[in-house]
Design a protein around this ligand. Structure first.
Ligand code: NAI
Ligand code: AKB
Length: 344
């Protein structure tokens, strides 16, 4: 089978590898749709994210969906032919965090496309059957792949306890910001402000229902939020850009007693902000790391038509064109590229 492999010298090429066979508790999935995530692009460009270094060949991709073509001996044969999305982080199932149900914090997680764990840009992937979720008929394989970033958004909305009638500011119109917007709408938020520095992305956010968009390269975000909320501030801010200036504005734009969720990762891990502001205004500040127990909810929301994920995809490419697709994904206007293995 063909697999797209990133080498330590950052060449992304197709290789022939043996097709996987399933372990007893696994399914083998013929991949159909695989999204290109910002973290894939980061590895492609820099060969590392923090302490995770591409020091041996790595298969990228962790937003994936396809069809089950084989099952291990402990898995029901009836699953062959099922359309599935793969949850990319499989925890150890034994540690304190796994026992508490907060399995996204498991220190021994195997996470696709995070060195040294291979990901999904391959024709076939073997994966634990309970981390392969069936997709209902009305949910496409592209949507199935995008359950992953939607899950990040759902976890953010849950962390901040977003509720009916809340006003929310999202900083950053990348896939995470846009899908966090979907998740908070589904949770009942009635007013969503979103910011970015790329006009095309703000236009997309407006088309997708943002009540107010703010180009922070031209406008003062806090002043815009003040004006929109009569000086009160928003109930919740979701920082989804990873840009240090956006973090301070998150604390300035939230109302007294409101919540700030940090999901964007700072390039160097440093985010300066005024801690007195958190104390004086009694803010709740949450970190949000990946997700847990979100796949069933995300699939239900998609099946109900309650969220739109497919609309963030701006181009598709075949596996043969994966390198060109990654180069296109680097352009600032690109939100999401999708690798499709249909008919190949
Ligand atoms: N905590 C977690 O579990 C996860 C965190 N992330 C992180 O979340 C962030 C967002 O991810 P993606 O949407 O994939 O990234 P992205 O790079 O596609 O989107 C970030 C957006 O922020 C915009 N931006 C830049 N400066 C800004 C500013 N000052 N104010 C507002 N927007 C600004 C960019 O133009 C871009 O549209 C990244 O830092 C990523 O590493 C991503 C996935 C999971
Ligand atoms: C940080 C990322 O972008 C990635 N999705 C991950 O969860 O590691």
């Amino acid at each position: 089978m063909r697999v797209a492999v990133l080498s330590p010298d950052l060449e992304l090429t197709l290789e022939e590898r043996d097709r996987p066979t399933p372990a007893a508790d696994e399914v083998v999935v013929r991949m159909r749709s695989i999204g290109i995530c910002g973290s894939d692009v980061h590895y492609y460009e820099h060969g590392r994210i923090g302490d995770y270094v591409v020091d041996s060949p790595l298969v990228l991709g962790h937003e994936s969906a396809g069809e089950v073509v084989a099952v291990g001996e402990d898995v029901d044969d009836a699953r062959v032919g099922e359309r599935v999305t793969l949850e990319p982080g499989v925890p150890c199932r034994r540690c304190e965090h796994c026992s508490r149900g907060e399995y996204n914090l498991c220190p021994d997680v195997t996470f696709m496309a995070t060195p040294p764990d291979d990901g999904a840009f391959a024709e076939y992937v073997a994966w634990p059957a309970d981390f392969a979720y069936a997709l209902p008929d009305g949910v496409s394989l592209d949507e199935g792949a995008l359950v992953e970033p939607l899950s990040v958004g759902i976890h953010v909305a849950r962390r901040a306890n977003v509720g009916v009638g809340d006003s929310v500011l999202v900083t950053g119109c990348g896939p995470i910001g846009l899908l966090a917007m979907e998740a908070v709408r589904a949770a009942g938020a009635t007013e969503v402000v979103i910011s970015d520095v790329v006009p095309e992305k703000l236009t997309l956010a407006e088309e997708r229902g943002a009540d107010l968009t703010v180009d922070v390269s031209e406008e003062d975000l806090v002043a815009a939020v003040d004006e929109a909320t009569d000086g009160r501030g928003v109930d919740v801010v979701i920082e989804a850009s990873g840009a240090p200036p956006a973090v301070q504005s998150a604390f300035d734009a939230v109302r007294r007693g409101g919540s700030v969720v940090l999901v964007g990762l700072a390039p160097d891990g440093e985010m300066p902000f005024d801690t007195n502001e958190i104390i004086d205004n009694e803010l709740d500040v949450f970190g949000s790391f990946r997700y847990r127990n979100t796949y069933p909810a995300a699939i239900d929301l998609l099946a109900d038509g309650a969220v739109d994920v497919a609309g963030i995809v701006d181009f598709e490419a075949g596996l043969d064109d994966v390198d060109a697709a990654f180069r296109r994904a680097q352009e600032p206007e690109t939100v999401k590229g999708m690798i499709r293995l249909d008919g190949e």
